[in-house]
Design a protein around this ligand. Structure first.
Ligand SMILES: [Zn+2]
Ligand SMILES: [Zn+2]
Ligand SMILES: [Zn+2]
Ligand SMILES: [Zn+2]
Length: 227
């Protein structure tokens, strides 16, 4: 098997495309972000602890986010953000843990400041049946004024991973779950091969979106950030 190239992402501030490994460093020196943080410092918002979080799917590490979370915000806000951008299908239960299944549950009413320390990794579980597992690593923190009135800021996000059509190898835009479950294929289909595709026993094929929950439970996007 050829090794997949390293995942790349986009800096929300300046739009530059970089490797996942390079993004955290870039965020520390991004000139556009520096301008925005300086503007925030001139505002009358309170000085807070601001936490840099690297969020990624526990198993498919091509899906990742860099978030900045305000210290007084509760984990409920982070849970809501993860649901909005990646996870929400049918309003399933979720929880934050240290250690995943069987680990220690961290209550959602806790504030970021009372939970986070640099290096900590929380595992978020969404849906206790077909579970999406997401790791939240605390990269570091800074003292300053938030760049946003929201509880979180999206600093960077992965580019949607490339997918190849199971029939022809062209870029895929659709996912057929009947191919996955009944035929042990990837289920990935291009715009051409979705036409006349014979399967519908698991619902119509759904459009690929930039979320690690694609193909799980009833998830079909849209995978847009709420802010
Ligand atoms: Zn940038
Ligand atoms: Zn569901
Ligand atoms: Zn095709
Ligand atoms: Zn199919």
């Amino acid at each position: 098997m050829t090794r997949r190239p390293q995942s790349r992402g986009i800096c929300t501030y300046c739009g530059v495309e970089l490797s996942k490994a390079g993004m955290s460093k870039h965020l520390d020196i991004c000139p556009r972000r520096l301008e925005i943080t300086q503007q925030a410092e001139a505002s009358d918002r309170p000085v807070e602890r601001l936490w840099h979080l690297r969020v990624q799917d526990a198993y498919d590490k091509d899906f990742w986010l860099d978030l900045e979370m305000r210290g007084p915000a509760t984990l409920t806000k982070l849970d809501q953000y993860l649901r909005d951008i990646w996870l929400e299908c049918c309003g399933h239960l979720s929880e934050f843990t240290i250690g995943g299944w069987g680990g220690t549950t961290i209550g959602k009413s806790r504030k970021a400041d009372t939970v986070f320390v640099p290096g900590l990794v929380l595992r978020h579980l969404y849906d206790f049946g077909t579970t999406s597992e997401t790791d939240i690593r605390v990269v570091g923190g800074r003292a300053g004024k938030s760049t946003t009135t929201h509880p979180l800021a999206l600093m960077a996000r992965n580019i949607q991973p490339a997918a190849e059509c199971e029939e022809c190898g062209q870029p895929a835009e659709w996912l057929c779950m009947e191919c996955v479950y009944e035929e042990e294929k990837s289920g990935l289909l291009c715009a051409g091969h979705i036409e006349g595709h014979p399967h519908e026993n698991y619902g119509e094929p759904s459009r690929l979106v930039n979320s690690p929950r694609m193909g799980m439970c009833g998830y079909d996007g849209p995978a847009d950030p709420p802010y």
